[in-house]
Design a protein around this ligand. Sequence first.
Ligand code: FAD
Length: 666
Amino acid sequence: MSTWHECVQRSGSLPEWPYPIDYDKENEVVTDVMVIGGGVAGLQAAVNAARMGVKVAVLERGHAKRSGAGGAGVDHWHGAVTNPCSKVTPEMYTNACYESMRGWTGGHVRYIITRESWDTLLECEKMGVQIRDVRDEFKRAEFRDDRTKLMFAYDYRSRHVIRVWGYNIKVKLYEEAKRLGVNIFNRMMPTSLLTSGGKQGRRVIGATAVNTRTGEFYVFRSKATVIATGGAGRLFDFSPEVTSSSSMGNMNSSGAGEALGWKAGAELVCMEGSGPGRLSGYAYAPYSMANAHNTYHGTPIVDAEGKEVPWVDAFNRPIKDQPGRFLPSEGQNFILGEGIGISRYLEQFRNNDLTHDLPERIRRGEFKLPLYADLTRLTEAERRCIFGMMVGNEGKTRVPIYDTMTKAGFDPDKDLFQAPVTLPEGYAHSNFWSTGVNTPPTIRSLGGGGFLVDWDLKTNLEGLYIGAGGNLFGGGCHGESHTTGRYAGRHAAAYSRSAPEPVADAKQIKKEKESAYHATQQSKKGNGWKEINAAIARIMRDYCGQYKNEQTLNLGLRLLGELKSTELASAYASNPHELGRLLECHSIITVGELVMKASLQRKASNSILNFQRLDFPAVDPPEWNKLLPIRQEDNKVKIRELQLDFHLKAPYVSSYEENYQKHCMK
Ligand SMILES: Cc1cc2nc3c(=O)[nH]c(=O)nc-3n(C[C@H](O)[C@H](O)[C@H](O)COP(=O)(O)OP(=O)(O)OC[C@H]3O[C@@H](n4cnc5c(N)ncnc54)[C@H](O)[C@@H]3O)c2cc1C
């Protein structure tokens, strides 16, 4: 196999487009359930729908074998509270998330996750994912249950976050989907959801898409649809050379799912929420530098002279010994653990952490830079578990971090591992590699919002379900995405069994096809997709950044509209790949407009949504303590008000478990 450089040097020119292009060719796929997005949530939806005996198609932007934020693996699985060692119940966990967020998260989605997360993990085990210490590598370790051989993270007493050997999880799911006969269409860029009669707000009956290798057009007709496309990573920043779509995200995350749903009339909520872009690519590759967070929780951090940084509990009391870093302290029932899609923790559930005054102590000279992770100070089991089992299975760290460092001679038994050298403020959070001080302060990422769903994980549109981490109100991370995908797949399949045949509207298809190829017919002098994406991100940063007001938001909307009708309308795609990327720009603009429109509706600042309106500076005024679901009807914005605890109000009942039993389809 030759490298890109060898290929160019050998031929003296850039290679030809390697696939036959046929923009005119139209393919039709008829299925019972269509899943858009073949990440971990999407493949779970597909597998679980297929298990119910219906015909399933997956439409994936990349290649479903390894695509998505979870494609490279996972090392710890959250929310498995029904595992045999757990001391936490679904109610306890759900209430902890809900109360920590003061209600600004979908409690019903959280409950579904905690009810089914462990069952979902057991199914992954059956597919060939190692979830137990079957080789007895960590026998008698504090974090291991010797009977079940399960291993836990964060809170060794409550035992609900499970350490897993998940490097192959996506491959195993993919193989299972193939085994069950799921029809996977890779390299597809969807351009619209088809609706009954081609009308906004009506039943979803399929999608149109373009293949980004052959350029062929696809019409999918489906009785039920699941959206599982992950987040909208390229909205506020775009600089792929430094993986600025977010080092934690994936280049294909263009908010396509939200854009498709919004255009079809689906309701979304809290889209005005955002947070600092701490995980954007301006920092370091995930987990590539010393830190004491997440995968590295509990790791001793020392300064240049070997002086150890102290740990504190959730109430800011010193933690005396190493085992204390992994246990709830006095006043805590259990620790929730981080990376579960919530931005705020009540002290009762918060993690133990490095001392919070580390930045001041560095400034005073008490700790000298650089800092290092000193894994030698851990017990042997902890050390091998963190730099070995966990870094060796964490998404994106197995090869670039674990393999590279190990081959270069790094030995955690003897060597120190350096943290980035940065401003003292960069050590305010133990996640040093994603430090906010390296990211321009204007860069943000969406946070907390997504599709509003009911207890079936169904949207307001008939036939449309959501399975996801990022774009589901109440969603979380890896295990949460599998679990909601699994649940949404079941419901979509059940609905498809009795749903009428999907009859597509010919006019809608014709219109979509014409607009899909627009960029291939423009002048070669037109802009390319990268310029357009960069312009969108600039507009979002400037007009819908951390601080905004009615004027900036309206100006931003005007600029996005102008960008659409000028530079984007005349942008040129020279091959199906560029066409796909330009179609993504349409999605990104749509999501940007949606965010600005949602931001205009909330006339108050909100601390949980990290939402600051300069013209409405009062933070969290009680009269704005309500959700504002947003959708389109006849292309006009429609807003309604909804109580935060709507999921426990009529037509539902007031108990999580009763609602779950009524809807879980078991
Ligand atoms: C480095 C890293 C480490 C992580 N570690 C952990 C961990 O240890 N524990 C944990 O709980 N979480 C972890 N996470 C988070 C976790 O991986 C994500 O929350 C999870 O993968 C989200 O699943 P998803 O299926 O919703 O989205 P994704 O996994 O992102 O999948 C979305 C899929 O949709 C596809 N797609 C996107 N756009 C389109 C489109 N237009 N058309 C068709 N398909 C499209 C994508 O190609 C992708 O396959 C980690 C993430 C990263 C990046």
